[in-house]
Design a protein around this ligand. Sequence first.
Ligand code: SF4
Length: 444
Amino acid sequence: MTKNTDQHIAPRVGIISLGCPKALVDSERIITKLRSEGYDLVGTYEESDVVVVNTCGFLDSAKAESLEAIGEAIKENGKVIVTGCMGGDESAILDVHPAVLAVSGPQQYEAVIEAVHDVVPPLHDPFMDLVPEEGLHLTPRHYAYLKISEGCHNKCTFCIIPDIRGDLVSRQSNDVLYEAERLVRAGVEELLIISQDTSAYGQDIKYAESKWHDQMVAARMVDMVDAMSSLGAWIRLHYVYPYPSVDKVIPLMAEGKVLPYLDIPFQHASPDVLKAMRRPAHGEKTLDRLAAWRRDCPDLTIRSTFIVGFPGETEEDFELLLDWLDEAQIDRVGCFKYEAVDGAIANELPGVVDEDEKSDRWEQVMELQRQISESRLATKVGQTMDVIIDELDSEGAIGRTKGDAPDVDGSVFLDGDFDVEPGDIVKATIIEADEFDLWATRKD
Ligand code: SF4
């Protein structure tokens, strides 16, 4: 620390960001602020004057991963500040790692910044021009997560996010749109819309209109993404619930204004389990809705997550889930074995499913989904489609179709030596598919 200020070298911060894209956006806000104050962001423990660990506290496995990351940072660097979801339970961190210098909860950006100042003060003359207009991002330059609200007003029994992050607080639509515009101006080609419940966006502010350039835009998912589509970037919707209002976004997908992609965390199909989970939209006839969406937008890709072994899930409920999956033909599926989260209401529910049974059900879902994914991807062979390039390697380029979100879905491998950069969108013909990925040749 002394060495830095004495020699007028910028103080250096390392950041470890764990958890979901929402936590990643929090990390981006922290680094944007620190960078605006003249801090350098570095990628190794040795270079860092202090390390910020943004934790995830959703599941016990995520907490264990967070504690492990904190332990490693203490061992390798020694000066560690902890924030994020797990930071809501300060004693759980300090009991294991008393050497942690400061702990703050999710979205407590100011507390993190102050803690960093205490360890290594900013230089007297902050270099404001070190921060690009669009802020700083931990994602590659060509895509960015755009958080449209904080918190959640649902009460799913397995989840403590509303307790940790509070009730739904939506941003004004013009605030989101101006941020989207800055990102696109800075070279972002793909905007990934995130929140805890994207389809609930604006409910808390009564879908208030706000002025973006010369138009009034309501804080409603469909109105906002329609306006955003004028920016020309790919727009991908995550964490959408199957409310009837989602029907209105399907025509925008069919018109090419929004990517034909919906990430809908269904979590289960049995009405009894969904009710016990208190899932939003649990009463909706989702199979009918999926069929109608696909009829109106045949290219639609659906991604979802499911939980098996939820308390009270009977063999009959599970069979219902398998039948539902078979009929729904969801393109991309993540499946989790139910884990009791400290403080969640579901812990009190009767009918705990034993671990072997959970594992068995999980294997069955994954095997069925592997077959579904393989057969759905096989239909893409021979089609020519847009592919956004994510990275180049020694064999060619790796990208994604409109049906693949970064990090969670599949890739398209393009062999050959051609002139592309990450973020370029090229036409490619699919020549091969397996259960998760595609191989293609470039067309243009
Ligand atoms: S929708 Fe349910 S699972 Fe998602 S954050 Fe809200 S309460 Fe948690």
